[in-house]
Design a protein. Structure first.
Lengths: 132, 317
């Protein structure tokens, strides 16, 4: 099917910094994707529900508060519960190296830390989305 | 997800099924169209409300507050929120959900963001498909929030039963400039952010413009609202209901729906025809030969277009 990739860029949790999320959203747009941006301070339930209603290929999460170990896996599980197990989930933000293996085990396909060129995230999404 | 799953899911009111079907329709998939055809008899029950107005007028906030107000009555609400697609990259940032966060987890609300994907009338080409899916699902109200409009994006009037024009103070003389365009399609005018300077003046300007209308039976109401603080929303909802009653009573509802159907059929017809031309262009060199002939002045564009439709008709016959 010929269609643009749809990505939900979401900021779970309580930190109020969305500069990074906006830079990523803009880069994905420029790569020809439809980006749904839902704003700050979203609950995992809101994010999972929005992802289902928008029928996205990918959910890109940004957390700078340190709560990623709690929030990221919770969103992955909620998506599975709602039948969204074909949605690719990636994360970004200030995330210590030692947390990354655990997040990957929990179903986060990739974690992009500060300094990652946007092109790498774009290529990863293009190559790893699960449906045509 | 299989076709059967989508169909049963849709009839069970599952949002995942509806969401996937809208994606299919956006990509013009035959499988998606087939499902809508089979369930077409279930459409026509929803009220379709258009929310339009210039960029930054507060369309998303007005939609959010109206939806919440309607939810208190137990009725179900679907929202189609449209934002522009970049003509350069084909990408889009769809940000209308930012103002509708609390509605996300409401069982009786379904929100779908759409990019315009090349459509110029303030809607998305697939808006009809999305409306049908939500209608089949049994949503009582379907709100369509257009892109921020300028002067000529009036396609909303071809889809919605009632069009709410959201304005803001401070556009000043711009109202004069746009009165011949989008101002003609408002069934209801809401001057949002009415705590700002110039709100009364904006209302007066709209009223003056409406004085020139020649419909004696219905005069669009003009209201001051402050959507973010929920001020004027209840009254706006009442205006929407009153307009619906008026349309039903006078037969204009039926008239507008028939007009909408006509527009939609013609739109699909045009799309199909253009699709055939593109297919012809890909499989043969008819079109490039025609272009060469016109370029060399051995033929004119009018005759070339007629020849093209002859070629397409012959291929079918």
């Amino acid at each position: 099917m010929n269609r643009p990739i749809r990505v939900l860029v979401a900021k779970p949790g309580l930190d109020g910094h969305d500069r990074g999320a906006k830079v990523v959203a803009r880069a994905l747009r420029d790569a020809g994707m439809e980006v749904i941006y839902t704003g700050l301070r979203q609950t995992p339930e809101q994010i999972a529900e929005a992802a289902i209603q928008e029928d996205v290929d990918c959910v890109a999460l940004s957390v700078l508060s340190g709560a990623h170990n709690h929030l990221f896996p919770k969103i992955v599980n909620l998506l599975r519960d709602k039948g969204g197990d074909d949605i690719l989930v990636v994360g970004g933000g200030v995330i210590p190296e030692e947390d990354i293996p655990g997040l990957k085990d929990a179903g986060i396909a990739a974690v992009f830390t500060p300094g990652t060129p946007t092109g790498i995230a774009i290529d990863f999404i293009k190559q790893n989305i699960k449906r045509a | 997800m299989f076709e059967l799953d989508i169909k049963t899911g849709l009839l069970r009111g599952e949002k995942r099924a509806a969401a996937r079907l809208i994606t299919y329709l956006e990509s013009e998939s035959e499988d998606g169209i087939k499902i809508v055809k089979e369930l077409y008899h279930l459409t026509g029950r929803s009220r379709i409300i258009g929310i339009t107005g210039p960029p930054g007028a507060g369309k998303s906030t007005v939609t959010d507050k109206l939806a919440k107000h309607i939810r208190k009555t137990g009725k179900k609400v679907a929202i189609i929120a449209i934002d522009p697609t970049s003509p350069f990259s084909g990408g889009a940032i769809l940000g209308d959900r930012i103002r509708m966060t609390d509605l996300s987890t409401d069982e009786g609300v379904f929100i779908r963001s759409m990019g315009t994907r090349g459509a110029l009338g303030g809607l998305s080409k697939s808006v009809h498909g999305a409306v049908k899916v939500m209608d089949i699902m049994g949503y009582d109200y379907i709100f369509i929030e257009t892109v921020g409009v300028g002067q000529s994006e009036i396609d909303i009037v071809k889809v919605a039963d009632t069009v709410v024009m959201v304005m803001v103070p401070g556009l000043g003389d711009d109202i004069q400039a746009i009165k011949a365009g989008i101002m003609e399609i408002g069934d209801i005018f809401a001057v949002n952010k009415s705590d700002r300077d110039g709100a009364e003046r904006t209302v007066t300007e709209i009223e003056m413009m409406l004085d020139l209308n020649d419909d004696d039976n219905y005069r669009p109401p003009v209201k001051n609202i402050i959507a973010i603080n929920n001020i004027g929303i209840e009254e706006l909802y009442k205006d929407i209901e009153d307009h619906h009653i008026y349309m039903k009573k006078t037969g204009k509802y039926e008239e507008r729906r028939k007009k909408a159907i006509e527009e939609e059929i013609l739109g699909i017809f045009k799309e199909n025809l253009i699709g055939k031309v593109i297919k012809l262009q890909r499989s043969t060199d008819y079109v490039s030969v025609l272009i060469m002939e016109v370029y060399n002045k051995t033929k004119d564009t009018y005759s070339a277009a007629i020849e093209l439709s002859d070629i397409i008709n012959n291929k079918e016959g």
